[in-house]
Design a protein around this ligand. Structure first.
Ligand code: 3PY
Ligand code: ZN
Length: 631
């Protein structure tokens, strides 16, 4: 019947139909398009139903009540948000506005660092979409929402079959009056290696164009030359350049003089000179103890006129005390997460901080009832992701020993499990500490923290001690990331590389001390675009070229998965991770007013090649899908 309608159409009959025929008469093509989307969606559901999702036990399906979506968020009419000020008065206007605030301001990290640090970055766009608008409307006083960058870019493609740019666009639309903030790894952008300067600039421009307002820029070794291009590129877009100083060590510990108060003060001054609008202290592991926080923030406030934004992780359980001390010392903004997604390796809780400061000085100006209501939603949604929990549900003061970033903790744990070293996790944490000292006590944050993690895994896996490395290192073949790190690929660590270890690891290979970006030729974007067009079979958008430059194989795999399964972001999370069982049905809203109702009637036995026929019912029509059972 579909073909008959097309053939019978006068334009088709006239023999003049061009490709615009499809655009001009979409109603004729709707049915097959819908059918195609239905087939792809059933293929995905069939695939997870039969073969499971990586990291999730497929034998016992878990069922959930729908999350509590708040229905009675109180609105604050006419409130002028930080985003409204940016759009009207620019970055300078926002800086002036921050300085005028009496209360401590909040950044909500629920959409980025919180789930990166608790749930291996696995929270899906579908679950943000449900709550984003209510968060923007219910918490207009927030300075910003951190919702992009860091590991979210890579994990979206790699594990969630999602396009991170699409996530950005969706959240942008749902939160028009909230500053959207991203974490940007300086010359490493959202990757693990250095990129040419023009790639960094293009990435920043495109991210700003698509909705990022605040770029938190850091370098994984605190090496200033790696940050300058990014700061300037952000300034050029008119958005806010927040330059971050990574905090490590302990300024109050006289036995660790390398990272002293003066070290941080000097860095702040340099970043101010480079053009930063805001200075962030990025305490990625949660090492900043309360009294050190008071001292550091007081000294920084006396050093620079720029606002200070403090980021910590609550791994030790001391986060709220640290923020309370920092607030007393005059910190302008602190990073918190909704309670159900806070604590442990994540940020301290937004509502705990509110109550810690209520009826006193500088209490955050938020609607605490709205905060609680939004938190109910997250209490429920977090359950979906239970298989990705890192198991750390109590304070762990051991972090002061291993100094592992909150965002790395769950990732390295997964990496260890993947190579069969899950049971050696305690040894790996100790080795991480040893490796840091062997490397000369470096700043550890993505990607430098990954190098330390790779080396620690390598040593535990091969049962090597520090002495073994120095005695027999010539015969060992070190992980690639370790070799390129010692060559200078990530830049120069504070105080330089330890010479003897560098000699052992490089085995005569050259090392350089120049900024890697200054050695790399600019990337010919047109050429890369043509290369990608060849691979995907259509003219890619700039954002796709950038994704391909950051993660070539991951991006191509995502495209293949998209070809096979279509837009899987539309599935609810329990179905996405676990599929459906015989007799169950699921509704997938693919567009406003267009819903697929998919029921699984029967799962056939595998044939000799392992193929199973799955009998579905799609909107009342019987359908068969063949899935290869890989078990
Ligand atoms: C990242 O770069 O992903 C981080 O979260 C660093 O803390
Ligand atoms: Zn962090």
């Amino acid at each position: 019947p579909f073909l008959h309608k097309v053939i019978a159409h006068p334009e088709f009959q006239s023999g003049e139909a061009k490709t615009t025929f499809i655009d001009n008469t979409p109603q004729l093509f709707e049915f097959p398009k819908l059918r195609d989307r239905g087939n792809k969606t059933m293929k995905y559901i069939g695939e997870v139903t039969v073969n499971g999702f990586p990291g999730i036990d497929k034998t016992t399906k878990r069922y959930f009540e729908p999350p509590r979506i708040p229905t009675d968020i109180e609105l604050r009419e006419d409130y002028v948000t930080a985003k409204n000020i940016l759009d009207k008065d620019g970055a300078k206007g926002v800086v002036e506005w921050i300085k005028k605030q009496e209360n401590v301001l909040l950044t909500d990290t629920t959409f980025r660092d919180a789930h990166q640090s608790l749930l291996a970055t696995r929270v899906r766009t579908q679950d943000f979409k449900e709550i984003a608008r209510l968060t923007g409307e219910g918490l207009p006083e927030l300075f910003s929402s951190e919702m992009w960058g860091g590991a979210t870019f890579d994990v979206a493609y790699r594990f969630l079959n999602e396009d991170p740019w699409e996530r950005l666009r969706k959240i942008r639309k749902l939160m028009p009056n909230t500053l959207l903030q991203m974490l940007f790894r300086g010359s490493n952008a959202v990757g693990y290696q250095n990129y040419s300067d023009n790639v960094i600039e293009e990435f920043i421009q495109e991210s700003a164009r698509q909705g990022i307002d605040v770029f938190r820029i850091f370098d994984s070794l605190n090496w200033l030359p790696q940050m300058e291009k990014s700061i300037l590129a952000v300034r050029d877009t008119g958005k806010i350049a927040e330059a971050a100083i990574c905090y490590t060590g302990d300024i109050n510990d006289p036995s660790r003089p390398k990272y002293s108060v003066d070290y941080y003060k000097n860095m702040a001054k340099e970043l101010e000179k480079m053009g930063a609008h805001i200075i962030a202290i990025k305490d990625m592991a949660g090492l900043l103890k309360p009294q050190a926080a008071y001292r550091l923030i007081s000294e920084l406030k006396a050093t620079t006129d720029l606002p200070i934004h403090l980021h910590t992780h609550d791994t030790s359980g001391n986060g709220i005390i640290t923020y309370s001390a920092a607030t007393k010392a005059g910190v302008d903004i602190v990073d918190v997460a909704t309670s159900a997604m806070s604590g442990a390796t994540s940020q301290p809780s937004m509502s705990s901080l509110y109550y810690a400061l209520v009826n006193g000085d500088r209490t955050p100006d938020i609607n605490i009832d709205n905060t609680q209501k939004i938190n109910h939603y997250w209490e429920d949604v977090r359950m979906y992701y239970q298989p990705f929990e890192n198991g750390l549900n109590a304070p762990q003061t051991e972090v002061y020993m291993h100094e592992m970033p909150g965002g790395q903790y769950s990732n390295l744990q997964q990496q260890a499990k993947a190579v069969g070293l899950g049971h050696k996790w305690d040894d790996i944490k100790k080795m991480y500490h040893t490796v840091n000292l062997m490397f000369g006590d470096i700043v550890k944050v993505t990607p430098s923290s990954k190098v330390v993690g790779d080396m620690a895994l390598f040593m535990v896996q091969n049962e090597l001690t520090e002495e073994d490395i120095f005695a027999n290192g010539e015969e060992l073949s070190f992980p690639e990331s370790v070799v390129t790190f010692f060559q200078g690929d990530l830049g120069q660590p504070v105080g330089g590389f330890p010479k003897e270890l560098q000699r052992i690891i490089l085995k005569g290979r050259p090392a350089f001390t120049e900024r890697p970006g200054s050695l790399a030729a600019p990337v010919n974007m047109e050429k890369v675009k043509a290369e990608l067009a060849e691979l995907v079979g259509y003219e890619p958008k700039l954002e796709e070229v950038l994704s391909y430059l950051m993660y070539p194989q991951v991006f191509l795999d995502y495209r293949t998965s998209y070809q096979n399964f279509g837009d899987v972001t539309l599935l609810d999370t329990p179905t996405f991770f676990q599929g459906i069982r015989q007799g169950e049905s699921v509704e997938v809203q693919i567009e406003k007013g267009k819903t697929l109702i998919i029921r699984l009637d029967e799962v056939g036995d595998p044939d000799i090649e392992g193929n199973r026929v799955l009998f579905f019912n799609l909107n009342g029509q019987r359908r068969e899908v063949v899935i290869k059972d890989t078990s």
